[in-house]
Structure formats: structure tokens, C-alpha cells
Design a protein around this ligand. Structure first.
Ligand SMILES: [Zn+2]
Length: 388
């Protein structure tokens, strides 16, 4: 609860957390709301060094399961069926020395060796901007050999997929992933688990698949869509092909070209997106398929970037030596970020943000800590305090 609270309040360090918890009014307010006292950061660390990381992850999965059970996110499903789950890895700690037995390591051309930690994440992503961790798999070195991102991320994906299936056995999932993922192994895992997928296709990927797409160019189906807002006009061309064979199975190909014109100076910006999917395409669903594929970005922006730069300090070394504690802080950060995302999208906070055009979420959270350090208010007075 102490570590969770540190992340919920975006304290950014154990020291900041400790200074706040020692504030008499803060402690009183915390007790008033939670009927508990906040522990010393060293006590938190002692517990997180011995707790099995799987236990906190199981709690995270239970919380996420509740969201599905309560049908809170049903409206955001793809084709009225699938939840989008983006999969991607990110580095979160780097050291100039060997930090633990599981560090990954790399030696650069000029002989400098670094040790680091990567995690492979599966996050539920929505068009409304949520990025919620449903499972995490640490990419860890057990062989002592040099780390190669592709090998290790691919191996971790096998373990991550098993974990997702274990936590959410019947959840209809559509996997979104980048150009590292179009391969036989990933396709077969998705097929075995009954998952859909929309995976970015790069030029180098799946040569024979590309060749067949090339041969069938003449029969591609096409659809055009126009979108406009006050500053830009966008033209989108969607193309698709079905029943393209690759290694004994059939897949669909989706292509999208987006041309955005800025109304002020007529400047044009062109982007192209290509996907392979196991969801059979038609002109009715090609737009939502390509738009869904593009939601993959949310794991990087709303996910990793927010956790690194918006108060959660994903890269901060909360535990300098313990690999177990490091994983536990990571899992608790994921839980806190999920809770905060719902708070940030609540009507009250959205209203507060709308009232002040220059208000930031970070500043609002600072005000929240200030509130907890001043005299106890009622909930209604708190909202007045934050908007004033
Ligand atoms: Zn390490």
C-alpha cells in the first residue's frame, strides 16, 4: 500500500514520499481516508525484496479482470468482440556495473559494457487513450550471453502469451504488435489461443507473403475515407486482400495511406501503414482494422512514455540491488498507473482540466499532495480547492 501510494501520488522518489508521510497533517489525512499508516520506505523495501513478484502480478490481473467482468470497456471492443492488447518491450534500467544475476549486457564497439533491464508488456489499449498493463514479462539473462533484442523479446513473448492465457483464459483478444512480430511462431501462438492479431508489416518481413501480395495487386479491394477538423483535412485510402497463404495458413493484408493537408499553408504530410492480420477483411471492417492497428502506438505514448516522464519515474532505481524488489516496484507502478488513468478520465478531473487551459495533470497531482498536507477538507471542498 505504501509503494502503491508513492506511485499514485507521483512522488518520483522514496525520499519525496518519506518527506510527505512524515508531515503530521498528511499522515492524519491519510489515516482519515484509508484507516492505515504509511510505512517507512525502508520497510517497503524490506517487504518488496522478499515478496514473490508473481503475487503482485496476480493482484494486478484480478483488478483488470474486474474491469472486464463489470463490462466497463465493452463499448470499446473491436468489431463488437475483441479487446485490443498491444505488445511491446521497453528498457527501464541501465547500469555501468553488473546490477544483478539477471541483467542483460552489451558491449559497444569502443569497448564500453553496460548492464540493463527490459520488460515485455501486454497492455490493453483503447481509442479513448487508456493503456492498462494486463501482463508483464521481464526479459532476463540467464545464460550470461550477450543480449540480442530480437531473440530475447521473441522468447519472452512465448512466456508472456502463456501468462495472458492463464490470467484471462476466455478473453477475446486482438494482439497489436510492431515489425518484429510477423513470424510463424507468433501467428501460431495467436491461432492456438484463439486470438486475433493486427501486426505491422515492414518491407523486409515475410518475403513470400509480399511476393503473393505483389502478384494479386490487380484484385485489391479499395476504400476511401475523408476526415476533417478545424485545422486539417485528411484523405485515407485503404486497400486489402484476403486468403494469402503463408507457411500453410491464410492471412489478410491491409494497407492504408493517409494524406493530411494543413489548411493554413496547404502543407501535405503522407504516412503509410501496412498490416498482416488473421481477421478476414471486407470493405465494412478494413477501416476499423487499420485504425485498430495504429492503436499500437498507445503502448509507447500513453504507456511507456507516460510512465517514464509523467511522474511515475519508471527508470528510477527504487531498489539498487534487489532484482525481486525491482520487479515488485514495477508491478505496483502498473497498478497505480491504471488507477490514475481512471481518475484522470473521471468527469470531475476532466472538468477541472477543461476549466484551465494551461492546467496539467502533473500540476493537479501536486495540488492533491498540497491538499493532503493542509487541513482536512470534505470531498466537495477538495474539488473547490483544486479548481481554485
Ligand atoms: Zn540486474
Amino acid at each position: 500500500m505504501g509503494a502503491l501510494f508513492m506511485f499514485l501520488l507521483k512522488e518520483t522518489s522514496r525520499n519525496g514520499y518519506n518527506n510527505d508521510r512524515r508531515d503530521a497533517v498528511f499522515a492524519k489525512n491519510y489515516f482519515r481516508h484509508f484507516k492505515m499508516e504509511l510505512p517507512h520506505p525502508d520497510t517497503i523495501d524490506d517487504v518488496l525484496r522478499v515478496l514473490l513478484p508473481g503475487q503482485i502480478e496476480a493482484i494486478k490481473a484480478q483488478l483488470v479482470s474486474k474491469l472486464f467482468e463489470q463490462k466497463l470497456l465493452r463499448e470499446l471492443r473491436f468489431l463488437g468482440k475483441y479487446y485490443f492488447v498491444a505488445v511491446d518491450a521497453t528498457g527501464f534500467h541501465t547500469f555501468d556495473h553488473k546490477h544483478c544475476e539477471h541483467c542483460l549486457t552489451k558491449t559497444s564497439k569502443n569497448g564500453v559494457t553496460t548492464w540493463f533491464h527490459y520488460v515485455l508488456e501486454a497492455k490493453l489499449v483503447t481509442s479513448s487513450g487508456l493503456a492498462i498493463s494486463i501482463a508483464s514479462e521481464f526479459i532476463e539473462n540467464s545464460s550470461g550471453r550477450d543480449f540480442e533484442k530480437q531473440d530475447c523479446e521473441q522468447k519472452a513473448f512465448v512466456r508472456l502469451a502463456a501468462k495472458i492465457k492463464q490470467f484471462f483464459p476466455r478473453l477475446p483478444i486482438c494482439i497489436l504488435a510492431d515489425g518484429l512480430y510477423p513470424n510463424k511462431n507468433v501467428f501460431s501462438i495467436c491461432r492456438q489461443n484463439n486470438w486475433g492479431f493486427i501486426i505491422t508489416l515492414k518491407d523486409g518481413n515475410l518475403r513470400t507473403f509480399h511476393q503473393e501480395v505483389e502478384l494479386l495487386k490487380g484484385i485489391q479491394k479499395e476504400r476511401e475515407v475523408y476526415r476533417a477538423n478545424t485545422t486539417t483535412r485528411t484523405k485515407l485510402i485503404y486497400k486489402y486482400l484476403n486468403d494469402i497463404e503463408y507457411e500453410g495458413h491464410n492471412y489478410s493484408w491491409v494497407w492504408c495511406e493517409e494524406t493530411t493537408t494543413r489548411l493554413s499553408d496547404k502543407r501535405e504530410d503522407k504516412q503509410r501503414f501496412v498490416y498482416i492480420t488473421n481477421i478476414k477483411q471486407s470493405s465494412n471492417i478494413v477501416v476499423s482494422t487499420a485504425d485498430g492497428g495504429r492503436l499500437r502506438w498507445k503502448i509507447e505514448n500513453e504507456g511507456f512514455n507516460t510512465q517514464k516522464n509523467q511522474g511515475y519515474q519508471l527508470e528510477h532505481k527504487f531498489s539498487r540491488t534487489s532484482y525481486t524488489a525491482m520487479q515488485n516496484y514495477y508491478q505496483l507502478l502498473q497498478v497505480a498507473h491504471m488507477i490514475n488513468q481512471f481518475v484522470e478520465k473521471s468527469t470531475q478531473v476532466v472538468k477541472l482540466m477543461g476549466e484551465h487551459s494551461k492546467q496539467t495533470i502533473m500540476a493537479l497531482w501536486k495540488d492533491l499532495v498540497t491538499y493532503l498536507k493542509s487541513i482536512p477538507y470534505t470531498m466537495q471542498q477538495l474539488m473547490g480547492f483544486l479548481s481554485g
